[in-house]
Design a protein around this ligand. Structure first.
Ligand SMILES: Nc1ncnc2c1ncn2[C@@H]1O[C@H](COP(=O)(O)OP(=O)(O)O)[C@@H](O)[C@H]1O
Ligand SMILES: N[C@@H](CC(=O)OP(=O)(O)O)C(=O)O
Length: 465
């Protein structure tokens, strides 16, 4: 039985939820699937916005957003639920959650501070709303279903906003609370993205973290597969918003998928892959609007990958906008040791992760997405070297089997880039990615040229659909 994760686009409104229910129904056999759902699309962003409004003393805006969230869920309930009593109890629940959100807004306004802990409390309501409505609609349609508060089972560390699971406790909770229900044929509907620390306070796994929840549950419950249901046919050769003619990948390796998601392919959360790889649970990415499409299988099973791992084959292109390049130059770098350690310590001390690095004899260039502590970073780096910063850059990453060792691929990539100024180049140690940094204004041109170079003639192969 699979763990089935439905993203925000798959539970956006009543019609989308009805689709999802039909998909789940098709998976119920003797045992039932575990269903992990995100918040309705757009709701988490509204919760972030209202939390910040509250912190910045613009409470009327915060209350107005809270009202929009309430109205959205009231509409979903009215469109989806026919039974009067069920509607009434769901409306009461929506009112209760809205009151709690409004109390949090007032609290943040009074204290004038929005901590990661409080932000997680705000975040949790998106998934609480959507899963309660979905579970009730399934019960109404005669499917044996129970709603579960994920915070009772997914126990995490105290790293609010970016929490990591505590594996042993979570395993035990799943075995005692969830497994018996699934084995009795009861579908359990729970939230992605949220958990709680040992003290019972709400935590979240980072934005997009519902995929990660599904992978954690799938790995610990030893499920046959993890299904990630979204609004595209699978993992594609590029984000279809940039390249509408992007093609579906039939199968890819875990490493290729991890690289793509790390470099911005939003279809999967970067951490999803780890628990799945460790436990060898295949991941299927599928389209909830077109369930008949086969989707993409992500696996390391050599049998399933036969014919799919052709050396030097480019599988997909990802990109990440809003990068800042930090160039650090020092003649002290020449022949000394410890210089790079000093540079990286500055980023660690300022809690900023580095996306891409390239070095020469006397300089190192790094890119970061989070510029919150940039001024302090520059000040600290100036103790060691000259520093300059370029904003509005983008990383482009070409992913595929053994790209680094394959003669000719780099030539094709950079030939396709003529007229585009390449600011940095980096080839990952994993052999499966070639990445480079360009100005954001050249991004569309660069990605379209690359896609044309590698994918204009691949239809009908074993790898691409
Ligand atoms: N390589 C890719 N393959 C498929 N989708 C991609 C890729 N890169 C980016 N995307 C984007 O990811 C989106 C799905 O992610 P997201 O919006 O988070 O969906 P969900 O609500 O299901 O979590 C797609 O609509 C697509 O625009
Ligand atoms: N709702 C959360 C978690 C999530 O994973 O959402 P989605 O599956 O829609 O990307 C977010 O927006 O970050």
């Amino acid at each position: 039985m699979p763990v089935m994760k439905f993203g925000g686009t798959s539970v956006a409104d009543a019609a989308a939820m009805e689709n999802v229910i039909n998909i789940i129904r098709g998976e119920i056999k003797e045992t039932a699937p575990l269903v992990v759902s995100s918040a309705c699309s757009g709701i988490t962003n509204k919760l972030v916005a209202l939390a910040h409004d509250a912190a910045e003393e613009t409470c009327p805006e915060a209350f107005s957003l809270s009202n929009e969230i309430k109205t959205h869920h009231q509409t979903v309930i009215d469109d989806l639920i026919q039974t009067e009593s069920l509607r009434k109890s769901l409306h009461e629940l929506v009112n209760k959650y809205t009151d709690e959100i409004n109390t949090l807004i007032k609290g943040v306004d009074i204290v004038g501070e929005l901590t990661p802990r409080t932000l997680d409390a705000f975040y949790s309501y998106g998934e609480l709303f959507s899963t309660n409505i979905l579970a009730a609609a399934m019960q109404e349609r005669g499917i044996k279903t129970e709603w579960l508060d994920a915070r009772q089972v997914l126990i995490t560390d105290d790293n609010f906003g970016q929490a990591q699971p505590l594996w042993d406790i979570t395993q035990e909770n799943l075995n005692t609370v969830v497994l018996p229900k699934l084995e009795a044929g009861i579908v359990v509907v729970t939230q992605g993205f949220i958990g709680s620390n040992r003290a019972g306070k709400t935590t979240t796994l980072g934005r997009g973290g519902s995929d990660y929840s599904a992978a954690i549950f799938g790995a610990l419950l030893n499920r046959a597969s993890i299904q990630i249901w979204t609004d595209v046919d699978g993992v594609l050769t590029c984000d279809p918003r940039m390249v509408p003619e992007a093609k579906r990948l039939k199968v890819m390796t875990f490493s290729e998928a991890a690289e793509l998601s790390y470099f911005g392919a939003k279809v999967l959360h970067p951490s999803t892959i780890h628990p799945a790889v460790k436990n060898n649970v295949p991941v299927y990415v599928k389209n909830s609007k077109r369930p008949e499409s086969e989707g993409t299988l992500i696996t390391n099973d050599p049998e399933l990958l036969k014919g799919m791992t052709v050396s030097g084959m480019v599988k997909s292109i990802a990109y990440k906008k809003a990068q800042s390049i930090i160039n650090v130059r020092s003649t002290n770098m020449l022949g000394t040791y410890g210089f790079l350690a000093d540079v990286f310590r500055v980023f660690a001390d300022n809690e900023t992760s580095v996306d891409m690095i390239s070095t020469s004899e006397v300089s190192v260039s790094l890119t970061i997405s989070n510029t919150k502590n940039l001024n302090q970073i520059i000040e600290d780096l100036k103790h060691y070297a000259e520093v300059d910063v370029e904003h509005n850059a983008a990383i482009v990453c070409v992913v595929g089997d053994k790209l680094r060792s394959s003669a000719g691929v780099a030539g094709r990539i950079f030939n396709a880039m003529h007229g585009v100024n390449i600011r940095m180049i980096s080839q990952g140690a994993s052999e499966i990615n070639v990445g480079f940094v360009i100005s954001e204004k050249d991004l569309e041109k660069a990605v379209k040229a690359l896609h044309n170079e590698f994918f204009s003639e691949v239809s009908g192969s074993d790898v691409f659909a």
